[in-house]
Design a protein around this ligand. Structure first.
Ligand code: HEC
Length: 129
């Protein structure tokens, strides 16, 4: 009886796993990239731009312009660890402008790690850790 119960439970778990791993939209990107793109649109695009080029709607009054995340050359010189630090603790924590906010109270550690991976995807950087 217990055995059947467990078998049934693992079938349910398997089923849920299959459903959860379906991409939210019919794109070619992985579900994680799509989910992180959505976070970026919510929190970052106002400054870094819907095109990820640093030209967001909220940049007019900024004395320091946001980083162009689509710039492969410039982004390639930014180590993943520094991206994570800048996103978590804000620009000032990496001796950049404090106009870059800190996100550790908004995004989880995992979401910030995913965001760094997403930025590496966006800039088409071939980063070595
Ligand atoms: C209020 C505007 C604003 C928002 C919102 C914002 N940023 Fe920024 N960000 C900036 C500015 C300005 C800079 C440039 C700082 C500099 O070069 O001194 C920057 C720089 C960066 C950098 C480069 C840091 C470095 O070391 O060069 C990364 C990575 C980054 N932002 C990621 C993000 C992510 C991810 C989000 C969303 C979770 C986000 N930013 C939201 C304004 C913003």
């Amino acid at each position: 009886m217990l055995r059947y119960g467990l078998a049934a439970l693992s079938l349910i778990a398997l089923g849920a796993g299959v459903i959860l791993h379906q991409p939210a939209t019919a794109g070619t990107e992985s579900p994680k990239i799509q989910a992180t793109a959505h976070l970026y649109d919510t929190y970052c695009a106002q400054c870094h731009g819907v095109q990820r080029n640093g030209k967001g709607v909220n940049t007019v009054g900024l004395s320091v312009q946001p980083r162009d995340h689509s710039d492969t050359v410039a982004m390639s010189s930014l180590p993943r660890e520094q991206m994570i630090k800048a996103i978590s603790d804000g620009g000032a924590s990496v001796n950049k402008s404090a106009l870059m906010p800190s996100w550790s109270a908004v995004l989880t550690k995992d979401q910030i790690e995913d965001m760094a991976d997403y930025l590496i995807y966006v800039c088409k950087c071939d980063q070595k850790k």
